[in-house]
Design a protein around this ligand. Sequence first.
Ligand code: NAD
Ligand code: IPM
Ligand code: MN
Length: 356
Amino acid sequence: MKKHILIVPGDGIGQEVTAVGKQVLDKIAAKFNHDFTYDEALIGHVAIEATGNPLPDETLVKMKASDAILFGAVGHPKYDNDPTAKVRPEQGLLKMRKELGLYANIRPIKLFDELLGASSIKPEILKGADILFFRELTGDIYFGEKGRKNNGDTAFDVAEYSRFEVERIARKAFDAAMTRGKKLMSVDKANVIETSRLWREVVQKVALEYPEVEVTHQFVDSCAMMLIKDPKQFDVVVTANLFGDILTDEASQIAGSMGMLASASIGDGTGVYEPIHGSAHDITGKGVANPLASILSAALLLDISFGLKAESELVISTVDKVLKEGYRTRDIADATTPADKILGTVAMGAEVLKFL
Ligand code: NAD
Ligand code: IPM
Ligand code: MN
């Protein structure tokens, strides 16, 4: 298969982990006789430094021309600590999602059995947890009008959803539920928020097309509680942009670490595959970032954008094998991990490549 992949590492540990994700794609291409070509493009802080723009036109053109995108992360402490900065790395990420029409962000919460001890949740509560989140990605409070009034003393962000936007993400989630446990939880705050009331109304309507799927509607506050209390009860979850952002960082603790969670952003155009974590300033440059989220994002890319199921499954089972061998990065190590099994980013990548 001949495909063109754009590598967009972005900032911080995005650079470190995406390099490993790309190596895995390369190894798969060699092993299965695929012809993958690559290009690289700037986004985020590195793009602002080079061009003044967090998503340069050149990057967008390359994105639209590629078959899939492996993405790292954006963000820099400079902007996090300066709320008045007008140009910000995150604007590049949001514009990319909007421009590519990436309305569905799929975040699998997969717990590898070997990592039962890595979580702060008790193993007996965790074992068997397997959740698939559908986070709406191009609407909500992220993309509504925002600004200041009263001479800057009052700020506002408008949350907006249209029927059509809710319907299309709901269908994606229902379709996925049909291929899994046929359970779907829609998460909202319909007791308070008007966009949530529209959300619930639309999901109830779409549900009529899927009589086999057992649907529940949960308020976001109680869903946050249930994720920790009993993560095994979940199958597919569909929710709005902001709720999905927060709940999936919480759910990363079910999988052991932020460094384990991959995601696929899909919709109208080229698919983007990226870890759910950010640029992680606290560990940038130390060589300790867990590359498995980027590797698992590469697996999602192979499966969803290229339809290469066997290749994708091989990547996932290889990650499993490396964990079974006892190798860990610092974030997923526990008190029983021998020091010589705790690896850095590059060495962990090398183990995966070795077993592939
Ligand atoms: P973060 O996800 O970068 O980090 C949160 C914590 O998880 C940190 O302690 C970090 O060290 C740890 N962590 C994250 N990924 C890890 C990995 N692969 N291996 C080991 N540990 C890992 O979130 P944050 O600190 O709130 O944000 C830092 C910056 O990243 C901010 O500028 C933010 O805007 C940006 N951000 C970007 C994205 C994205 O590009 N998709 C996502 C989240 C945050
Ligand atoms: C994510 C991030 C982004 C989001 C930020 C950096 C804009 O947290 O990809 O989860 O909120 O969507
Ligand atoms: Mn996030």
